[in-house]
Design a protein around this ligand. Structure first.
Ligand code: MN
Ligand code: MN
Length: 485
């Protein structure tokens, strides 16, 4: 299938403007150089861009395009053409005490596609004693229904003598990043000694370690304390996970990674205090990346006021922080302290949340958001002039692709890149609601928020997935993405 996109404005991380793009066989073969760079806020001036896609490659933009008899022509006048979003942090079909998270790979990836995200990176969490490559194989099967292209971070949940071999085997299987948890020590978390071993093994093998930074032991003590004083209150969840315990874990993880010589990626940074440690490590030239999520930019701990039903949806880890933290995180996105915006998508229904109605420790932690990432950043980042469009594309697509070994294929529209494109309609307006979202969940933590912009068309591997904001009828599943160190 070939697609010619006419009259749009192409937005890549390096600039925006007039470009002609041709895609054939699922890849971009060539793309013109943008004429216009934007520095603050929005694209101010840009000519028309013609994008031609044949099969799944984007290829040259040349006069050839003008005469190309495409199967499909899309008029993107007044709209932007972006590389498909890459969400580096999602959990589909995640087992918990309250049952699986409510989006499986099909429903969750469909919601992602609706929101303009065409690539997701999920997680492999082995059972204790299970080998990492075996768990990876199993997870690859579970993800076969994904409509987005997919990859995984693999979690060593314990240290065994075979762990270094298994890490190398996972790398041969196309996984270059490994996730460790400094919290949740009774399930998937590991202690500092094992964390250092993982960092050394992954560093030696050429991979990257991603880390959930919270001081697990102290948090367990606080959880028990708040269970005794206020067991049925979701706010106890937030009180038992203070920002300082994130920041001290960030500091510790950075120190251990430096000692081990391993590149580090800190997931879901939520607090101002953590940012200082990240800035310091950057000054020391340590290879370090950091992510935040829309919920930490846009929501705050006032969410924990009110009834159980009002507050339980916000039980996520780390918890929501203060408006001051929100502001500091926005600043950190613009000054480069934070590199990516993921979602930590992991929805649970209200019925599932009620597993913790009498004991906040049993509320499954997590919230959906994979569908709203671009819309929220567009509305509250670009239209408020905190970010420009190129920065947004970088944070939500290009940088995650580059950090996790998908560069040049994902995260950019240029010669040779995969034909994963979003045609963004800046004029559409809507109100976020669980009534109308596509995630399989009766809660939306952004319920009632007004947003502008939507993915009018989404193309993955050169195929139309969303057309006029609606799901196309002839859908093909996404592919497992084998990454390289
Ligand atoms: Mn986490
Ligand atoms: Mn997570």
């Amino acid at each position: 299938m070939s697609i010619l996109i006419k009259n749009g404005i192409l937005v890549n991380p390096g600039g925006s403007g007039t470009a002609d793009v041709l895609t054939t066989d699922g890849t971009v073969r060539d793309a013109g150089t943008p004429d216009v760079l934007t520095t603050d806020g929005t694209v101010r001036d840009a000519g028309t861009a013609d994008v031609l896609i044949t099969d799944s490659l984007v290829s040259v933009v040349s006069p050839v395009i003008l005469n190309y008899d495409a199967d499909r022509v899309i008029d993107a006048a007044g709209m932007y053409i972006l590389p498909g979003g890459v969400d580096p942090h999602v959990h589909m079909h995640l087992p918990s005490e309250a049952g699986y998270s409510s989006d499986d790979f099909l429903s969750g990836s469909r919601a992602a596609i609706f929101g303009g995200t065409t690539t997701i990176i999920d997680f492999v969490t082995p059972e204790k004693g299970e080998s990492l490559p075996v768990a990876l194989e199993k997870r690859m099967k579970e993800a076969e229904s994904s409509l987005a292209d997919f990859s995984f971070h693999v979690s060593p949940v314990e240290w065994r003598s075979r762990t270094p071999d298994e890490i190398r085997e996972c790398i041969r299987m196309g996984v270059t990043s490994f996730k460790v948890y400094m919290a949740y020590k009774n399930t998937v978390g590991i202690d500092d000694e094992d964390l250092l071993k993982v960092l050394k093994a992954v560093g030696k093998a050429g991979g990257t370690v991603t880390v959930h930074c919270e001081e697990g032991d102290e948090i367990e003590r606080l959880r028990d304390h708040y269970f005794r004083t206020d067991p049925a209150n979701p706010r106890s969840h937030a009180l038992s996970r203070p920002a300082k315990l994130e920041a001290s874990a960030v500091k510790k993880a950075i120190g251990l990674a430096a000692k081990a010589g391993c590149p580090l990626y800190i997931v879901h940074v939520s607090s101002k205090e953590s940012l200082e440690h990240i800035r310091q490590a950057r000054l020391n030239k340590q290879p370090l990346f950091a992510e935040t999520c829309p919920q930490y930019l846009l929501l705050d701990d006032s969410g924990y006021s009110g009834s159980f039903e009002q507050a339980a949806g916000y039980v996520i880890s780390p918890p929501l922080r203060t408006p001051e933290d929100n502001m500091a995180l926005w600043e950190a996105l613009t000054d480069g302290t934070l590199n990516t915006v993921g979602t930590d998508h992991c929805p649970f229904t209200m019925k599932q949340k009620k597993a913790g109605a009498d004991d906040f420790r049993k509320i499954p932690g997590g919230a959906g958001g994979v569908e709203q990432r671009l819309q929220l950043l567009y509305t509250y980042g670009i239209l408020t002039r905190r970010l420009n469009f190129n920065q947004m594309v970088n944070l939500t697509s290009t940088a995650p692709a580059r950090i996790f070994g998908l560069q040049r294929k994902k995260g950019i529209v240029e010669a040779g890149s995969d034909a994963d494109l979003v045609i963004w309609n800046p004029d559409a307006g809507s109100t976020i609601s669980a009534e109308s979202h596509h995630m399989n969940c009766d809660i939306n933590i952004y319920e009632g928020m007004q947003v502008r912009g939507r993915a009018e068309y989404v193309i993955r591997s050169g195929r139309l997935m969303i057309e006029n904001g609606k799901l196309a009828t002839d859908l093909t599943p996404g592919q497992y993405l084998s990454r390289k160190v």
